[in-house]
Design a binder for this molecule. Structure first.
Ligand code: NAD
Length: 262
């Protein structure tokens, strides 16, 4: 049986990367997907085919979010699942970080999550309930230098996840989050090109020894969106290859290496 048979699933930032992988996974599970993005929503819709829809949207624009939420309900008959995935990566040293980049980070990843949750959440309540999955980051859980605004925004996403989970449970709306580790998307490729991620160092701190694929994040998002997770709300799961579990010590990576310090 398909996990999302006929359910209306809204994915912000679905034009590329993790959002596009989520949209594809949802469509494969019978979801009727609405792809929302500043750019690329139509490309994803064309790849999905079927009854997928594309909407051009800046999640920071209140009037735009109100309008798209109304159009999605008119076009597809309601909303069952919302994935707040749209995000931007503005990184750099905190001592010289431009306030415009700080504000933009909070606007997209905090205000945008709030606005989409408010508008699509209201439609969910009218339909008797639903599931919201927010895309945070391991940066919202633990400290990374050079990522002040991004980390603050992603910690905000986790906080909003917990608040909305408690506030909207009586409407039948579950709210959970994923906190991905580094995943092979253009956002990460750009950060590597700018020298903001040292791949070898990152991978030495990653027990599973590799970056995630967008499809692996989509699998976790699907779990939180579908009925298999029906008793979960207010939770954060981190598909990060073990990154946040690993308190850093220099080691060879060989579990059979002779013990030290005897
Ligand atoms: N790639 C990673 O390693 C990683 C790790 C942890 C968390 N995340 C988070 O996952 C999400 C997706 O990241 P990705 O790697 O696929 O990035 P990406 O840059 O490939 O895709 C992000 C998408 O969001 C859209 N977007 C940006 N601002 C928007 C706005 N104002 N309104 C609407 N759409 C907007 C972009 O157009 C783009 O299509 C983000 O929230 C990101 O912070 C990514």
């Amino acid at each position: 049986m398909s996990e999302l048979d006929g359910r209306v699933c809204v994915v912000t930032g679905g034009g590329r990367g993790i959002g596009a992988a989520v949209a594809a996974r949802f469509a494969a599970e019978g979801g009727r997907v609405a792809v929302l993005d500043l750019d690329g929503a139509e490309d994803t819709r064309a790849r999905l085919g079927g009854d997928a829809r594309a909407y051009r949207l800046d999640v920071t624009d209140e009037a735009g979010v109100v309008d798209v939420a109304r159009r999605v309900v008119d076009d597809l008959g309601g909303v069952d699942v919302l994935v707040n995935n749209a995000g931007i990566g503005r990184l750099g040293p905190s001592m010289s970080f431009p306030v415009s980049d700080f504000r933009a980070s909070l606007d997209v990843m905090v205000t945008g999550v709030f606005l989409c949750s408010r508008e699509f959440g209201r439609a969910m309540r009218e339909g008797g309930g639903g599931a919201i999955v927010n895309v945070s980051s391991i940066n919202g859980l633990v400290a990374f230098p050079m990522r002040l605004a991004y980390s603050a925004a992603k910690a905000g996403v986790i906080s909003m996840t917990k608040v909305l989970a408690t506030e909207w449970a009586s409407y039948g709306i579950r709210v959970n989050a994923v906190a991905p580790g580094n995943t092979e998307t253009e956002m990460v490729r750009e950060a590597i090109d700018q020298g903001l991620i040292d791949v070898d160092t990152y991978l030495r701190h990653t027990p599973l020894g590799r970056f995630a694929q967008p499809e692996e994040q989509a699998e976790a998002v699907l779990y939180l969106a579908c009925d298999r997770s029906r008793y979960l709300t207010g939770q954060v799961i981190a598909p990060d290859g073990g990154w946040t579990a690993f308190g850093w010590v220099p080691w060879s990576g060989d579990p059979d290496a002779p013990s030290v310090g005897r």
